[in-house]
Design a protein around this ligand. Structure first.
Ligand SMILES: [Fe+2]
Ligand SMILES: [Fe+2]
Length: 186
């Protein structure tokens, strides 16, 4: 069984140094690892799902609180849209995650089909964030500022993880909030 404690030491928690780009990439690799466990008939799906939900929410909330606002102020004005778009993709990810968390049987066909949806939305976001947002940070944010952002990101992520943020009620609350803010179509 995995615990919140070891989740804090995986992904970004296993990366040496404070560079925010490296830390974010560390979590992205952990998302991919957890999705791979969820796809496998031999995987401990229930544990991997709980970990994925907690880490997806903690990571997205920490990016939105500590990383995106600073990047928006440091990149050229015509690039800010890429960062705003990241919030919409987080909301879409949470919406698909909520539908997955609401399926009781992790070995059902329904779970497998919804996992495909989650996987698609999350992988699309990682690809876009790495190509657009992280490259903006590489190009426009000096090393020392990137280290400060990395420390702020890790502190927000740890606070989030301590509250089991992937629980279904919290994910539902985030989806409703995103819908109220107009981040989701429908
Ligand atoms: Fe990310
Ligand atoms: Fe993100």
């Amino acid at each position: 069984m995995s615990t919140t404690d070891d989740l804090t030491r995986r992904g970004a928690g296993a990366i040496d140094g404070d560079d925010v780009v490296d830390l974010i990439l560390g979590d992205h690799a952990e998302f991919e690892r957890l999705l791979r466990i969820l796809r496998s008939d031999d995987g401990d799906r229930a544990t991997a799902l709980g970990d994925l939900a907690d880490l997806l929410v903690a990571h997205a909330e920490a990016e939105e609180a500590e990383v995106y606002p600073t990047l928006r102020s440091e990149v050229p004005d015509d690039e800010e849209g890429e960062i705003a778009h990241g919030r919409e993709e987080h909301a879409e990810g949470h919406e698909e995650l909520l539908a997955l968390l609401e399926i009781d049987d992790v070995d059902s066909e329904e779970f497998s089909e919804q996992l495909e949806e989650v996987s698609e939305v999350v992988m699309h976001h990682l690809d876009e964030e790495e190509r657009e947002v992280l490259n903006l940070a590489r190009a426009h944010v000096p090393d020392q500022r990137r280290a400060e952002l990395g420390r702020a990101f890790m502190s927000a992520r740890a606070k989030q993880l301590a509250s089991n943020p992937g629980n279904v009620d919290n994910v539902r609350r985030l989806v409703e909030q995103a819908r109220d803010e107009g981040l989701l179509d429908d």
